[in-house]
Design a protein around this ligand. Sequence first.
Ligand code: HEC
Ligand code: HEC
Ligand code: HEC
Ligand code: HEC
Ligand code: HEC
Length: 310
Amino acid sequence: MGGAARLIAASLAAIAVACLALRGDRGERPPHERIDVPSVAACGRCHADVYREWSQSLHARAWTNENVLRATRNFERESCRACHSPLPALATGLDRAPDYREFNQEDGVHCLSCHGLPDGVAATRTIEGAPCRPRAEPRLGLAEFCFPCHEPTHQAFSEYAVSNARRDGVRCMDCHMPEREDGSGRSHGPHGGMNPEFVKLALDWDCRIENDELVVRLENETGHKFPGEIPSRSFLLKVDFGEAGSETVLLRKPHKQEDREDDRLLPDEVRILRFALPENVEDVRVRLLFLPLPLLPEEHAFVLGEWSSG
Ligand code: HEC
Ligand code: HEC
Ligand code: HEC
Ligand code: HEC
Ligand code: HEC
């Protein structure tokens, strides 16, 4: 046999063994124990809709997205591994980061990172006879459920703790996992900074001319700082006075060791920005932009809103 043929034969044999192993395991172990195989095989074949939503979210790409690979040096930095490839968080508890899953890392925040229980899957209600053994688990419905990964290094939870949303009983999932229109449950994504329609929900705003000034009012409607958590995201306010020039305000989280103030909007903050009108200005244009990635050219920014005096 030539080298290439030998290689092909060997590959086919390997695939056959892998298929057998998969089939064998499926027979032996229930789905709720299958965190060792990707979400699509463990849960996705029965929960296709949830799987499709999840796979478009950053939870699915927590181990593979480029920002993370760069920042963690391809996860050589061990301290970065646990939340980006977590074992079931409910097992370790809601007051600390989860443990690291040292296999099947490409699956990122796996279905079972959130749903895994020793004897089934955490669900809103117990369903007898379902193959994955859904068990009513009240902790799944708490805002604290998002704490183990989103607080220890990223502080979304402590910002949220002092927000009006918290006071009014609006949980993280009420915003980030909205009810599906067909009433079949809550959407698993993508509802974060990569989704322009979702980001538009972050601000209530208006503009007006008052005496010699343009007055812009920005109100943070998220339950945490805006832009939230991820330092790659930034908010840009562009004021265009036509021939008379322009002004830009940039709000974002500083990177570690960066000499920059954290000038993001606090939860529920109303910020009034005033700009003196240049003389003889005819038309004033305001644009609210959101850049999900720092080096993205401005023409690719999400446009959250536009206003013009004319
Ligand atoms: C062989 C098919 C199958 C597989 C594989 C499977 N499930 Fe299920 N799952 C079901 C069925 C059937 C139900 C019950 C649906 C119902 O009665 O509304 C269910 C219910 C659930 C529920 C409760 C839904 C609710 O309304 O509260 C959750 C959560 C869940 N599954 C998660 C998972 C997860 C996570 C995995 C992967 C570990 C998984 N399932 C794998 C078939 C499956
Ligand atoms: C306690 C859990 C936890 C640990 C430990 C952790 N992360 Fe994260 N990481 C998150 C969460 C949650 C997010 C998403 C929200 C955010 O960015 O704050 C995230 C997002 C990121 C992002 C942004 C990804 C994007 O899409 O732009 C980068 C980069 C990142 N992490 C790098 C790191 C590095 C580097 C380390 C180690 C020094 C680390 N993380 C350790 C939980 C964690
Ligand atoms: C980041 C955590 C997280 C991940 C990852 C996750 N889920 Fe969920 N899931 C939840 C939460 C929280 C709820 C309950 C929301 C509520 O109703 O309060 C839920 C609800 C559900 C339900 C109940 C029915 C519905 O649609 O609301 C099913 C089924 C389900 N998840 C399956 C899955 C599957 C399958 C995956 C992987 C493809 C997955 N989940 C990944 C957190 C997660
Ligand atoms: C087991 C760990 C874990 C839990 C629990 C968890 N997350 Fe995450 N989440 C992450 C990580 C890690 C990322 C960052 C992925 C990346 O960008 O690399 C992330 C990213 C996100 C993002 C950005 C997603 C996107 O597609 O833009 C949102 C929004 C988010 N999480 C909300 C939540 C909410 C709400 C909860 C609670 C229901 C929750 N998460 C629970 C680990 C977790
Ligand atoms: C009242 C609605 C609301 C509540 C409550 C809320 N968020 Fe958000 N969140 C948003 C909106 C809107 C955005 C998008 C704008 C932005 O980047 O701030 C966002 C952004 C984020 C991001 C950045 C995602 C990305 O890809 O850039 C993360 C992570 C996040 N939220 C996590 C959480 C967690 C964890 C909680 C609870 C502790 C929570 N959020 C509570 C509305 C909410």
